[in-house]
Write a protein that binds this ligand. Structure first.
Ligand code: NAD
Ligand code: ZN
Length: 239
């Protein structure tokens, strides 16, 4: 594939690279994307459960859904796509920004991925906002050790704004990068869209990896395929 050769060469020449990943990179680990097939759970849609309103209405139901997702992720393993980004860190200066909450990038060995949407492995008090990290799925309704109030998942829900610090780090990364890899995220939904726009306005080349073709264009290369297949090939060509 000619595009792959070109993308590999551009990546090899870049001194500073940012990668932005979405649910698609974890699809080959068996973690369903929200919108794709298999993204349903007990007849609920994520838009109906991953919201502050749903939690206020029925925290038990929402926690049950998160516990199910934690179980799923705990049993899953990082795939060749996650590992290729670990290899890329050895070739160039890479900042990895993810919308995923599964923690698979860190488990694969990536250094300090920026988690824009929080993590399934964080919980936060609904009253005093104390946060803690957990290492196994939550059972029942967790409560805060500081104040006794109900805890909530440490993730960003629909209708909530992104935590400021990781988003600022992400903006900084895409502003400085010569190449931005956009993997497993549609790139037209926020916040991916605005980060890609910033990168393009600063003259970066955007390389997309997605089984769904996206419009190419100036300084934009679309590598059509699965992350676990395309990324290792791309990184090999950048070596
Ligand atoms: P999304 O909008 O990022 O869409 C998924 C994208 O992945 C699609 O463009 C699809 O074409 C692509 N894709 C599918 N299989 C792929 C593969 N094998 N390789 C590369 N790309 C592939 O994500 P969404 O599922 O609509 O979820 C929205 C948000 O919900 C996420 O950004 C995240 O915060 C959260 N979420 C997280 C996880 C996770 O942590 N694994 C899973 C589901 C949803
Ligand atoms: Zn508290």
């Amino acid at each position: 594939m000619l595009d792959l050769e070109v993308a590999g060469r551009i990546l090899a020449q870049a001194q500073y690279v940012a990668a932005l990943t979405g649910a698609g990179i974890s699809a080959e680990s068996g973690i369903p994307t929200f919108r794709g097939a298999g993204g349903l759970w007990q007849n609920y849609r994520p838009e109906e459960l991953a919201t502050p309103q749903a939690f206020a209405r029925d925290p038990g139901l929402v926690w049950e859904w998160y516990a199910w997702r934690q179980e799923l992720v705990a049993k899953a393993e990082p795939n060749a796509g996650h590992r290729a980004l670990v290899d890329l860190e050895r070739l160039t200066t890479l900042t990895l920004v993810t919308q995923n909450v599964d923690g698979l990038h860190a488990r694969a060995g990536s250094t300090d991925p920026i988690e824009l949407h929080g993590s399934l492995w964080r919980v936060r008090c609904t009253e005093c906002e104390a946060e803690r990290t957990i290492d196994e799925p939550v059972g029942g309704l967790p409560t805060c050790a500081e104040c006794g109030a109900l805890e909530r998942p440490g993730v960003v829900w629909f209708g909530e704004s992104l935590p400021e610090e990781p988003f600022e780090l992400a903006i900084d990364a895409v502003s400085r990068a010569q190449v931005v890899l956009v993997v497993g995220t549609s790139g037209i939904v926020q916040p991916a869209a605005s980060l890609v726009e910033i990168a393009r306005s600063k003259g970066a080349t955007v390389i997309e990896v997605n089984p769904e073709a996206s419009p190419g264009g100036r300084n934009r290369i679309a590598l059509v395929g699965r992350a676990g297949e395309v990324l290792p090939e791309l990184v090999k060509r950048a070596t």
